[in-house]
Structure formats: C-alpha cells, structure tokens
Design a protein around this ligand. Structure first.
Ligand code: NAP
Length: 296
C-alpha cells in the first residue's frame, strides 16, 4: 500500500492525549479506524471537544468498540477494521469484510496514587495494564490469524456487533505496532542525570510495567506484528503542538563556525517535557502517514 492511500487503524487508549491526538489527525485525514474504549461516550466527546474532530468525520471514519483491553474478544473486534470500500455499502454488517488494521496504536496506561511507604510511595492503580494490554493484543491477533475469533463480547457503538465466525479477508497480513512507553525503559537510560535517582524512585512502578511491555514487543520477532515503533517521552504535558514542529537529532549546521555539538542542536532541544499533542502529531506524521513506513 502506498502512503497516499488510506490506512486502517486500531486504537487503544485513545481517551489519553497521545493516541487521542494521533487518532484525531488520522480521522481528519480520512483514515478509517476502530477504537476500543471502556467508556465510548468519553472517547466520542473527547475527540470532538479536545481534538476538534467534526461529528460527521467520526460517523464516517470511526467505529468505537466498548470494552476493556484485557477482554480478548473485544480487542480482536477492535483489530478487525472494515475495508474502506465497504463502508458506505448497504450490506449487512456480518457480510462486510474486515482486515487486520494496518497500524495498531496503543497508549494504554494507569495512574499512580500515593501511599505511606518508603519503598513505593506511588504505586500504580493497575500495575500490569500496559504489559497486559499488549499481551492481549497479541493473543487476539493469534485468534484472528487462526480464524478462531468468533462472536461479540462488547456492544459496538454503531452496529449490533458480530455473531458469526469470521476470518479477515487478508489473513496473512501483519500490522505495524506503535506503543507509548516512557523514557528510562531503554537500556540507555535517557533520563537527565539530575533527576535520574528521583525518577526511578518515584516512578518505579510505571517504569517496571513499561519495561515488561517493551520486552514483550521486542521479543515478538514478527510473530504478530511486522514491525514496531516505541515512543519514550519523559514528561507529557497538556497544550497544543509546537507550530514549527520538533526536530530530532543533531545537525552539522554551524560546525564550520567552531560551535560545540550542543549549540548545533536544531530546533527545540530534546529535554524533559513534550506535549501529548506533539507526540501524537509525530506518530501521525512519521508513522501513520509516513511514506517511508512500508505497509505490505
Ligand atoms: N504522564 C506522563 O508524563 C507520561 C510520561 C511518559 C509516558 N507516559 C505514558 O504514556 C502513555 C500515554 O499517555 P496519555 O497521557 O496519552 O494517556 P493516559 O491519560 O495515561 O491514558 C491511558 C489510557 O489507557 C486507557 N486504559 C487504561 N486501562 C484500560 C483498560 N483496562 N482497558 C482499556 N483502556 C484502558 C485509558 O482509558 P480510560 O479513559 O477508560 O481510563 C486511557 O485511554 C501512557 O501509557 C502513560 O503511562 C506518561
């Protein structure tokens, strides 16, 4: 598939700002998507009010599947996106072919709470949710590839759900997976040294969950997904995307003037903070809509 064609997307954690932003941009650009949400109204309203997606665009391009990311059947239902050409047909829902999404976006995560503990002052409400989410996505892909996914477990927002066993029309096709992890989950720590100890002490539980999730993704070896992208922001902030966009890495510009490497870093310096909108924009522009990410 060329980059100019629309892609299909399965989104998890889209009520969060990062995947919400990517999904909104994709929908506005005419890509078709399914999104899993525990609370469909919350997702629907947030895409309208926080991400300025017109209702007509949501009605045309988005299907919301109600469910929990640990519900394998609901996840499988989310992963199977209607082919775009069938969308406007009058065909019964059960007769419409679905394919595994071209791109899976996951920003699933949990929130810490305070407890009186020297060792773990901020445990997560759901300490394994990020790892479990990816494990369930892989399990659901197993079911789809084996043709054993059947029935519905969750109400579909715009249809009555599925009741018959179905195989995707392109059963061999594997999606590209994009997961939002966190800085510090990589082997090269990527945490600025002034806050490294404090970061590990305060944010150990989410870091542990993200590390296990990354291990799962990196050990997949193409069994479930053709490839993956891991986003590792440090501190996510509210607010809009930067007008000029982010520039990543170092440039040679200025080297002849004898400037130091740091002075030659272009654009905003990669540092402590990045907005959810900027990460979502990056995912949309560099992955979902990118010409150099091959979707076979
Ligand atoms: N906050 C930071 O500074 C920071 C820094 C680095 C990385 N991160 C990570 O970056 C990721 C994206 O962050 P974000 O702020 O965009 O999102 P977020 O606000 O952390 O939202 C998490 C998402 O996960 C969903 N979710 C949680 N448990 C679920 C379950 N059992 N079933 C289905 N959905 C579930 C939530 O749905 P509901 O709406 O139903 O709750 C929500 O959509 C998260 O993994 C976060 O931990 C955050």
């Amino acid at each position: 598939m060329s980059a100019a064609k629309t892609k299909t997307i399965a989104a998890f954690g889209a009520t969060g700002g990062v995947v919400g932003s990517s999904l909104a941009r994709a929908l506005r650009a005419g890509h078709f998507a399914n999104a899993l949400a525990r609370n469909p109204e919350k997702l629907f309203n947030s895409l309208i009010t926080s991400h300025n997606v017109p209702v007509q665009t949501l009605d045309k391009y988005l299907t919301i599947v109600e469910g929990d990311v640990r519900d394998r059947a609901a996840v499988a239902q989310t992963l199977l996106v209607k082919r775009t050409t069938d969308r406007d047909d009058d065909a019964e829902d059960n007769d419409i072919a679905r394919d595994v999404a071209d791109v899976i976006l996951s920003g699933i995560g949990s929130f810490p709470y305070f407890q009186w503990s020297i060792r773990t002052p901020f445990p997560l409400r759901d300490p394994t949710i990020t790892e479990d989410g990816v494990a369930t996505i892989f399990g659901a892909l197993d079911d789809i590839f084996a043709g054993t996914f059947s029935g519905k477990s969750a109400a579909n927002r715009d249809e009555g759900g599925m009741t018959r066993r179905r195989r995707p029309s392109a059963p061999g096709k594997k999606p590209l997976l994009v997961v939002v992890s966190t800085a510090g989950a990589s082997r090269t720590q990527a945490i600025p040294w002034p806050i490294r100890w404090l970061y590990n002490y305060l944010l150990g539980p989410p870091l542990a969950d993200k590390i296990k999730m990354e291990q799962l993704v990196m050990s997949d070896q193409g069994r479930h997904v053709q490839d993956f992208v891991i986003m590792r922001p440090l501190i996510l902030t509210a607010g809009g995307a930067t007008e000029e966009g982010w520039e990543w890495g170092l440039s040679d510009a200025g080297a002849r003037d004898g400037q130091s490497l740091r002075e030659r870093e272009p654009g905003p310096v990669v540092g402590y903070f990045v907005s959810r909108e900027d990460v979502g924009k990056f995912i949309f522009e560099k992955v979902v809509g990118a010409a150099n990410v091959m979707i076979l």
